[in-house]
Design a protein around this ligand. Structure first.
Ligand SMILES: Nc1ncnc2c1ncn2[C@@H]1O[C@H](COP(=O)(O)OP(=O)(O)OP(=O)(O)O)[C@@H](O)[C@H]1O
Ligand SMILES: [Mg+2]
Length: 112
């Protein structure tokens, strides 16, 4: 199992969520976030305005998928979130050791 954490532009959330449902991901968690990348926020625009603050609104998506779905999920996120401009976001991937469904003790990929 793999965890995908994707920081994206808030305006791309619906498109990314739909794309992930389309390829068959089960669960997903959305967090409202603020952050900056290598431009440190200063030169980035949000909704057509240059922001005076150095932390810009972002959305963080977290999902855990089976290994077989990892590359499809990454490609779905990229296709839905990319504009080609700075600040499009970033994807981080890490291994997950265990998943447990609290309701019935199911473990592993069956619990996703
Ligand atoms: N190394 C990192 N660690 C944690 N979060 C990061 C990291 N890099 C970027 N982020 C998060 O992703 C958001 C979007 O990053 P962003 O797309 O601006 O990355 P970038 O490296 O500056 O690339 P670009 O040049 O395309 O803008 C940031 O606002 C921040 O929340
Ligand atoms: Mg940036």
């Amino acid at each position: 199992m793999q965890k995908i954490e994707a920081v994206i532009q808030p305006s791309k959330l619906d498109a990314v969520k739909d794309a992930l449902v389309e390829i068959g991901v089960s669960g997903i968690t959305i967090l409202e976030a603020r952050g900056h990348g290598r431009q440190k926020g200063h030169t980035e625009f949000y909704r057509g305005r240059e922001y005076a603050v150095d932390l810009l609104p972002k959305v963080k998506i977290e999902l855990v998928v089976g290994d077989d779905l990892l590359e499809k999920a990454i490609q779905a996120i990229i296709a839905a979130a990319r504009t080609g401009r700075i600040g499009d976001g970033k994807i981080f991937v890490s291994k997950i050791d265990e998943a447990i469904r609290i309701r019935n003790d199911e473990r592993g990929e069956i619990a996703l």
